[in-house]
Design a protein around this ligand. Structure first.
Ligand code: 9MR
Ligand code: 9MR
Ligand code: ZN
Length: 548
C-alpha cells in the first residue's frame, strides 16, 4: 500500500472512531439520580445526589403498585456545585421496592429492607472463588453460568530463581486480577481484609450461606475461601524462610480463558516485602484456623516463625529481582510490611521479643494511622493488629496515643465525606484502584468504632457503600453483576463461554482515574476498569461490616 492510500485509510478510520466515540459518550451520559442502587436499611440515612438543573422537588414511588409514597424538596449543594442537589428521604422507613423521581428522570429501582447487602456480600465473596486457579470453577448469577476448566496446571518453573529449568509445585491460589498471575505481596492485604472480616464480624458473616464447594465441611466457608489462597502462598516459601515474590508469565498474556493460557509461568526470586507479607498472613491464619483445622494452623505458625526469623537475621530491604518479567511489580519498601508481620506474629504468639520489635518499629516510623492505604502501605494493618490485641504487655501510653490518633484519622475521613457532594470518604482523590481504597477506609472507621462508638463512623461506613453502588458521578454501580447499570466491560481476561455476554459477577472495578469523570467501562481501560483481589477483599470487609 502506498503512503497516499495509507493516509486515506487512516482518515477513514479516524472518522469511524470519532462517530463511535460520540455514540459511546451519548450512551454513557451519567444517570441524573445517583443513589445506592442496592438500597438502604430502614433505620439508616438515605440520601441521593441529584443532577437535574433547576428541579426543586422529588418523589418516591413504590414500583410494585406505582403509588407515590414520599414527597420532598431538593436541597441545593451551593455555589461550588450549582448543578447538584440532594434528596434526603431518611424518614421513609417502610420496607419496599422504590424509585426516586425528579421531573422526567427516574432512578433505577432500589430497596429499603433489612437485608439489602446480604446478596452482594455473597456475590462478592463468591467472586473470589471464581478467581481460583488450578481448578475448574462454576457459578451461576442472574440465570447465567460462568465457568472455566482447571487452569495453570504446570505452575511453575524455577529458571529465574535457580538458573535451571526445574518444576516446582505451586498450584492453586487466586488469579490476581484481570491477569492470571499470582503475587504474594498483593495476597497480603487481601487476606488481611478477609480474615479481619471474620475476626470482627463472624456473627453476621456466619449467617450468609456462600455455597462454596467446602460448604458443610469443618471450616467455615469464608475461611475455606481464604485457605485456597493460603495453601498456595505456603508453596512460595523457600526452605530457609525467604519467600518468592511472584509466579507469572514473562509478559501479560492475551484475552483467553485461563485454561487456554499455556505459556510457562516462572517464579521470581524472593523479596523481603513478600516475605513480611507471608509472615503477616501465616501468623493470622495460625490463630484463626486453630479451632477448625489445628494441623493447618500449626503448619502456618511454623512457617511464619521461620520467615520471621529470616527477616530478623536480615534486616535490610531486599526488593525482588524481576529482571526478565514485564508483569505487575507489586514491589515497595518493607518497613510497613515488617511492622505488620511482627504485629500479627506477636498477637498470635505473645512472645515478648516480638512485642519489643513491634513497639520499636511503631516508635521508629509508624506513629500515625493513614486515612487511606493499599498494597504498598501496610502500616495500618500493623497498627490495627497491635491496638486491638487481646494481650498484656503493651506500653499503655503507646496504645493510648495510637487510639487517639485512630480517632483523629477516622474524624478526618468523616469530615471529608461530609464535605463531598457524593459523601465519598476519599474526597476528590482519584487514582488506580481508588474504589478499593474507598471500601478499605472502613478498616479505619470500624476500628475507630471499637475505641469510641460515634454514630458518624457507622454513617460514613454506609456512605462508602452507597458511593460504590451508585451514589457517584456516574450514577452507576461499580461492581459487576450488582446494582444499577454495573460495569459491562471490565478488564478481565476470562471470556465467558456459551455466549454469555455479561461479565463475571461480583467484581469491584478500580475506578475513576485521574479525575472523577475518568472511568471508562471498556475492556482496554486497565487503569480504571480492571478488577483485582485487593479491591474485592476490601469490599468483602466493608460489606461484612455493614451486614445486619
Ligand atoms: O492487562 C494488563 C493488566 O492486567 C495490568 O494491570 C496492566 C498494568 O500492569 O497491564 C495490562 O497489560 C497491558 C500492558 O501493560 C501494555 N500493553 C497492553 C496490555 C493490555 O492488554
Ligand atoms: O493496583 C496496582 C496499582 O496500585 C499500580 O499503580 C499498578 C501499576 O503498577 O498496578 C496495579 O496492580 C495491577 C498489577 O500490577 C497487575 N495485576 C493487575 C493489578 C490491578 O490493575
Ligand atoms: Zn489459573
Amino acid at each position: 500500500m502506498n503512503r497516499y492510500m495509507q493516509r486515506i485509510r487512516m482518515r477513514a478510520l479516524g472518522a469511524v472512531f470519532i462517530s463511535l466515540w460520540l455514540v459511546l459518550n451519548l450512551w454513557a451520559e451519567p444517570h441524573a439520580i445517583r443513589l445506592n442502587s442496592l438500597g438502604y436499611y430502614p433505620s439508616a440515612a438515605k440520601v441521593a445526589t441529584v443532577a437535574v438543573g433547576d428541579a426543586i422537588e422529588y418523589s418516591i414511588v413504590n414500583v410494585e403498585d406505582g403509588e407515590t409514597v414520599f414527597h420532598g424538596n431538593l436541597t441545593p449543594l451551593g455555589a461550588e456545585h450549582p448543578e447538584l442537589s440532594v434528596a434526603d428521604f431518611t424518614e421513609l422507613v417502610t420496607e419496599g421496592n422504590y424509585q426516586l423521581r425528579v421531573g422526567d428522570h427516574a432512578s433505577g429501582a432500589f430497596r429499603i429492607a433489612s437485608d439489602v447487602y446480604t446478596d452482594a456480600f455473597r456475590t462478592v465473596v463468591r467472586a473470589m472463588y471464581l478467581w481460583r486457579c488450578g481448578t475448574a470453577v462454576e457459578g451461576e448469577h442472574n440465570g447465567e453460568v460462568f465457568q472455566h476448566a482447571a487452569c495453570h496446571l504446570e505452575d511453575g518453573y524455577m529458571d529465574y530463581v535457580t538458573g535451571k529449568h526445574e518444576y516446582r509445585y505451586s498450584l492453586g491460589g487466586w488469579h490476581d486480577a484481570g491477569d492470571y498471575n499470582k503475587y504474594v505481596s498483593n495476597a497480603g492485604i487481601t487476606v488481611f481484609s478477609m480474615l479481619r472480616a471474620w475476626e470482627e464480624f463472624q456473627e453476621q458473616v456466619e449467617t450468609v450461606e456462600l455455597n462454596l464447594p467446602e460448604k458443610g465441611g469443618p471450616i467455615p466457608e469464608l475461611l475455606a475461601e481464604v485457605k485456597w489462597e493460603l495453601d498456595w502462598v505456603l508453596t512460595m516459601q523457600e526452605p530457609d524462610g525467604r519467600v518468592l515474590h511472584k509466579l507469572s508469565t514473562l509478559r501479560f498474556g492475551p484475552f483467553i480463558n485461563p485454561e487456554d493460557e499455556k505459556e510457562p509461568r516462572y517464579f521470581t526470586p524472593w523479596g523481603s516485602t513478600s516475605t513480611a507479607n507471608f509472615v503477616g498472613m501465616m501468623a493470622m491464619a495460625a490463630r484463626i484456623y486453630e479451632p477448625y483445622d489445628a494441623r493447618f494452623a500449626e503448619r502456618c505458625l511454623v512457617a511464619a516463625l521461620k520467615s520471621y526469623d529470616y527477616l530478623v537475621q536480615h534486616p535490610d530491604y531486599v526488593p525482588a529481582n524481576m529482571e526478565g518479567f514485564h508483569t505487575g511489580p507489586y514491589e515497595s519498601p518493607d518497613a510497613d510490611d515488617r511492622l505488620w508481620a511482627a504485629a500479627e506474629l506477636w498477637v498470635t504468639t505473645g512472645q515478648a521479643s516480638i512485642l519489643a520489635d513491634v513497639e520499636s518499629r511503631i516508635r521508629a516510623d509508624a506513629m500515625q494511622f493513614d486515612t487511606d492505604f493499599d498494597w504498598g502501605n501496610l502500616r495500618n494493618l500493623g497498627l490495627i493488629a497491635y491496638v486491638f490485641a487481646e494481650r498484656d504487655g503493651r506500653n499503655p501510653e503507646l496504645v493510648e496515643a495510637l487510639q487517639q490518633d485512630l480517632i483523629a484519622a477516622a474524624d478526618r475521613i468523616v469530615q471529608t465525606a461530609q464535605a463531598h457532594p457524593y459523601s465519598r470518604p476519599l474526597g476528590d482523590r482519584y487514582y488506580w484502584g481508588c474504589n478499593g481504597t474507598v471500601a478499605r477506609q472502613l478498616h479505619v472507621l470500624q476500628s475507630a468504632m471499637r475505641v469510641q462508638a460515634k454514630a458518624e463512623y457507622e454513617h460514613v461506613s454506609l456512605d462508602a457503600i452507597h458511593h460504590l453502588f451508585g451514589r457517584n458521578v456516574h450514577g452507576r454501580s461499580y461492581v459487576t453483576g450488582l446494582g444499577f447499570r454495573p460495569p459491562q466491560h471490565p478488564h478481565d481476561r476470562r471470556i465467558a463461554e456459551d455466549g454469555v455476554d455479561a461479565p463475571w459477577p461480583g467484581y469491584l472495578v478500580g475506578g475513576a482515574n485521574p479525575t472523577a469523570q475518568d472511568w471508562l467501562d471498556e475492556i482496554g481501560s486497565y487503569r480504571t476498569n480492571e478488577i483485582a483481589i485487593n479491591w474485592n477483599g476490601a469490599l468483602i470487609y466493608a460489606l461484612a461490616a455493614v451486614l445486619r
